[in-house]
Design a binder for this molecule. Structure first.
Ligand SMILES: [Fe+2]
Length: 208
């Protein structure tokens, strides 16, 4: 397996914008935190997957990079296969909500689930609730709203599954920091709000 140092070097040298590098480091930290509370998973591997899950964006963003951003996780997979990291390649490919929207949850291992929730609780470098991140993605990728809508119930299911696994281990913490506090907007309200933002051009364009 790759060392943490080597993974960090790959991340920092693959030509990604600094925002995505910082996001990847934050996802790695979050994946390590969750994995640390679930004994049967490899914490080290998950931290590395966090660092490298978005490297495929290096082939989507910037001069001469023509892959659509929607395919970044497939590009991450290819890049990792090119360096013989097939296990990591599979976990990283599946972190995208676009892939989750199409796949059955049975096809996701515990590791896959931890990575996707870690990414879905990290907006830029900030730790946020799944709901906040969902809203963020919806505002930046309005063309992917169908995939997001399909992925949301699966994401919630993954969150509660991981949470009960953690509880069974005797860990008291709730997985989602704002889970109990957030007055989560009904999906309809959320979509109306996003539509308003889109109309006024308030949504931003960044690709983490
Ligand atoms: Fe990400």
């Amino acid at each position: 397996m790759l060392s943490q140092e080597k993974a960090l070097k790959i991340l920092e040298e693959c030509g990604l914008p600094q925002g995505i590098v910082d996001h990847s480091k934050a996802v790695s930290k979050r994946a390590g935190e969750i994995a640390g509370e679930i004994e049967e998973v490899d914490e080290k591997q998950l931290k590395i997957a966090g660092l490298l899950h978005d490297i495929g964006k290096a082939r989507c963003i910037g001069n001469g990079n023509d892959k659509p951003i929607s395919e970044h996780s497939i590009e991450s997979k290819k890049m990792l296969e090119e360096i013989d990291q097939n296990n990591l390649a599979e976990i990283c490919e599946k972190h995208s909500f676009r892939i989750l929207a199409k796949k059955d949850l049975d096809e996701y291992s515990l590791e896959d689930k931890i990575l996707i929730i870690s990414d879905m609780q990290t907006k830029g470098s900030e730790k946020v609730s799944l709901e906040k991140r969902y809203e963020d993605l919806l505002s930046r990728y309005p063309n992917d709203s169908e995939s997001l809508k399909k992925a949301l119930p699966k994401l919630k299911k993954i969150r509660s599954e991981l949470e009960s696994t953690m509880m069974k281990r005797g860990k008291g913490n709730k997985l989602d920091i704002e889970y109990n506090m957030v007055d989560f907007h009904e999906e309809q309200t959320l979509h109306r709000r996003i539509a308003g933002k889109l109309r006024t051009g308030e949504h931003s364009r960044s690709y983490y």
